[in-house]
Write a protein that binds this ligand. Structure first.
Ligand code: ATP
Ligand code: MG
Length: 416
């Protein structure tokens, strides 16, 4: 049987790979503007890290994790998301020591063993931001604003920012009881997985794709304590100041355990049923619960694969070389190779096929390459130490130029 890639794992080829790279480059620019610095965290961690942070009863940990016992008998897992690793690094590397806010971003592939479908893969890329050590609504508003500015920068339109507050541990404790009672009474109307969730993690039922919408309508709603209420109101007010349109969705609960207070999602109806492009929220208790200092935090993770799907119709960047070097004879090959090196050293993209091939075949490749100019070294040019610069895209005369001047003349021609 021929070798093939695994289901849910894919090859990213041009022009998609270029689109991914351009989205990542745009993100890096925006992060620099907002004072976020990059961290690169391991792909594999102790399984326990995800169980403790993402949450034992979440879908990610219960059903979607690639976990295995390594050669040393350790229970490890391939990361399903970025936040646990960043928080682990923050604690392990003492990143809070300087007392400043820690603002990190990461770009990396994540792995979840879920059923592959449109917009859902087993390996996918996330761009994520984490702001650790800041409890104020300014941090919530700033990070959501940064996300929206990034989406605007890459040209995404037609998406909506949905916002909710899950309150603090105190608000949730009371609510958990209320919801538990409601779910017990209405168990008969719930889907099978949700029946099992009632006792283990009643809040998770609100995030269920089947029961969630109806529960958001009918189930009792969480009421916020005054401090959480104020935090939520101020976050919205600050978003207004930075010109970020959003709507409050009381049904938004998110599928991870560690969220407190603000949660948000960016959705696009153009994606169909997998409509979330980005999800995030505040996690004020996570760092401490993982054994670190009391460090409130807020963050998000953007799905690059889904973002790329939404931007697919945008014109792909032109990756054609500017120049294509051709040797008209075998003897001219070494000179042509030297010229190719010099042109690239001058910062002009250049390519060639093979200097051992016929002139005709090389010229055919030059035409196909999309280059603006062919640089040809024939018999006469080899003797005279020159090259012929032939326009390929526009009509125009071929020019004979001394070899040492070719890179700079070419740069001039390309500017003109
Ligand atoms: P969903 O409800 O679609 O399963 P999620 O709540 O599991 O999303 P998060 O854990 O919040 O997703 O991850 C943030 C973003 O990462 C999502 O909004 C999405 O764009 C992307 N993402 C998550 N899982 C996948 C996947 N299997 N394939 C592609 N992108 C994904
Ligand atoms: Mg999911």
């Amino acid at each position: 049987m021929a070798l093939h890639s695994l289901r849910g794992f894919r090859d990213l080829l041009p022009p998609d790979s270029a689109l991914f790279a351009s989205l990542e480059a745009a993100a890096r620019e925006v992060f620099a503007l907002y004072g976020y610095q990059e961290v690169r965290i391991p792909t594999i961690e102790l399984k326990e890290l995800f169980v403790k942070s993402t949450g034992e009863t979440t879908d990610i940990v219960e059903k979607e994790m690639y976990a295995f016992t390594d050669g040393g008998g350790r229970e490890v897992a391939v990361r399903p998301e970025g936040t646990p690793g960043v928080v682990r690094a923050y604690i392990e590397q003492n990143l809070s020591q300087n007392g400043r806010n820690a603002k990190f971003f990461y770009i990396g592939n994540m792995f979840r063993a879920e059923r592959p479908q449109a917009g859902r893969f087993r390996e996918f890329t996330q761009i994520g931001a984490e702001h650790i050590g800041n409890a104020s609504p300014y941090a919530d508003a700033e990070t959501i604003t940064m996300l929206v500015r990034l989406l605007e920068k890459v040209g995404l339109t037609g998406c909506s920012v949905e916002l909710n507050s899950l309150g603090c541990a105190d608000c949730r404790k009371t609510y958990r009881e209320t919801l538990l009672n409601y779910l017990r009474l209405n168990a008969a109307t719930l889907c099978e997985p949700c029946k099992g969730r009632i006792e283990r993690n009643p809040l998770r039922a609100l995030d269920c794709k089947i029961d969630g919408p109806a529960l958001a309508e009918k189930a009792p709603r969480l009421s916020l304590c005054p401090a959480c209420e104020e935090h939520f109101a101020r976050t919205q007010q600050l978003l207004k100041i930075s010109g970020v349109e959003h709507k409050v969705n009381p049904g938004l609960v998110r599928g991870l355990d560690y969220y407190t207070r603000t949660v948000f999602e960016v959705r696009s109806s153009a994606l169909g049923s997998q409509d979330a492009v980005c999800g995030g929220g505040r996690y004020d208790d996570l760092v401490k619960s993982m054994g670190g200092p009391a460090a409130p935090a807020v963050g998000w993770a953007l799905g690059v694969d889904r973002l790329a799907m939404l931007l697919k119709d945008k014109p792909a960047p032109d990756h054609s070389p500017k120049a294509f070097v051709v040797a008209a004879s075998k003897e001219a090959g070494a000179k042509a190779y030297e010229l190719l090196t010099a042109v690239r050293a001058a910062g002009v993209s250049a390519d060639f096929s093979s200097f051992d091939l016929s002139l005709k075949s090389q010229m055919r490749s030059a035409d196909k390459s999309g280059a603006s100019f062919a640089l040809i070294i024939g018999e006469d040019e080899l003797k005279a130490g020159t090259c012929a610069v032939k326009p390929l895209k526009q009509p125009g005369e071929q020019k004979i130029i001394p070899l040492p001047e070719t890179p700079s003349t070419l740069s001039q021609l390309l500017k003109g």
